[in-house]
Design a protein around this ligand. Structure first.
Ligand code: SF4
Length: 314
């Protein structure tokens, strides 16, 4: 019987990460079957309530106002958000994540709009979560009371590599926000991106940080970079699918109860590659034409793949 641990030593994480790939996948798939329903994949949709004009300088992101990426800043109104949520529900999504490209959540009418629209989405029978930048205790309380069940706040990479990717905030700022969420009784969702110039050590370090938080993430999204023209990382090379499989499998072994989401970058993967990610312990995907600003496989392709693999969308 596997126990859920928060006291992983860095050397243990390194040893797991470096297992021969098929042994690693076998071990992860076994733990996956112990803790998760292995025939289910959670299907989410991301709705970008505020896109672009972000003051942060994340080197991979099309939405930063510092890079010329051709993204037109936009804000969605309530009706449009509800229309998209309804469409997502019809397409099989069970969870909607509302995102806004902010540094901090401000206590203004936009937050009020997100909260009230979130309530309406919940009334449609969907789970609701959000990603809004950093957040304080009172705002966590307000979001929780409105029925938001999780808040996304990615670590992106290791503490050591962080300053090469983002200079407008620190790793400690991110950890502080995660702790605010834990203290406020809000589940958090936090993961990272592969292909942003990080080493294996950086990947191990990020997983070690998450696996030793006093509470593991409710969900851990793993993304691969889709290089975006105009950003500092526009010329980065694609990540091999086996690197993603290794990362998913290691995360599954370290955090058996966490949902592991195969997030941005899925478009660049073959069906066989995605199947191997599910085998390694990933049990969540994003639906829809767009994942923030990166293209996402068409909804039908997603559903057909799940069907072929005998997986249920939940
Ligand atoms: S990743 Fe988020 S915080 Fe960073 S620039 Fe993009 S929208 Fe802003």
């Amino acid at each position: 019987m596997t126990t859920v641990r928060n006291d992983w030593q860095r050397e243990e994480v390194t040893a797991i990460y470096n297992l021969p790939l098929l042994d690693l996948v076998y071990k992860a798939a076994t733990i996956h079957r112990e803790f998760q329903k292995a025939d289910e994949v959670k299907v989410n949709t991301l709705i970008s309530v505020k896109t672009g004009a972000c003051p942060e300088d994340c080197a991979y992101c099309a939405q930063s106002s510092r890079y010329n990426t051709g993204i037109k800043p936009s804000i969605l109104e309530r009706d449009e958000i509800l229309r998209l949520a309804n469409e997502a529900k019809k397409n099989g999504a069970s969870r909607v994540c509302l995102s806004a490209s902010w540094k901090h959540v401000k206590d203004d009418s936009t937050l009020e709009k997100i909260i009230s629209t979130g309530r309406e989405i919940k009334e449609m029978g969907l789970n609701i979560c959000c990603t809004l930048g950093s957040v304080n205790k009172d705002q966590v309380e307000r979001l929780r009371e409105a029925g938001f069940t999780a808040f996304n706040h990615n670590l992106d990479t290791s503490e050591e590599h962080y300053h090469n990717i983002i200079t407008t905030r620190t790793y400690q700022d991110r950890l502080d926000t995660l702790n605010t969420l834990i203290d406020g009784g809000m589940s958090y969702c936090s993961g990272g991106i592969l292909g942003i110039g990080e080493s294996d050590e950086d990947r191990i370090s990020m997983l070690h940080t998450l696996a030793t938080m006093r509470k593991h993430p409710f969900s851990l999204p793993l993304n691969t970079l889709l290089p975006i023209k105009g950003t500092p990382l526009e010329n980065m090379k694609n990540v091999e699918v086996f690197e993603m499989v290794r990362m998913i499998a290691t995360a599954r072994i370290l955090m058996p109860e966490t949902i592991i989401c195969l997030a941005a970058g899925r478009t660049a993967m073959t069906e066989e590659g995605q199947a191997m990610c599910f085998m390694a312990g990933s049990n969540s995907i994003f639906l829809g034409e767009k994942l923030l600003t990166a293209p996402n496989p068409e909804v039908n392709e997603d559903m057909n793949l799940l069907k072929k693999l005998g997986l249920k969308s939940v």
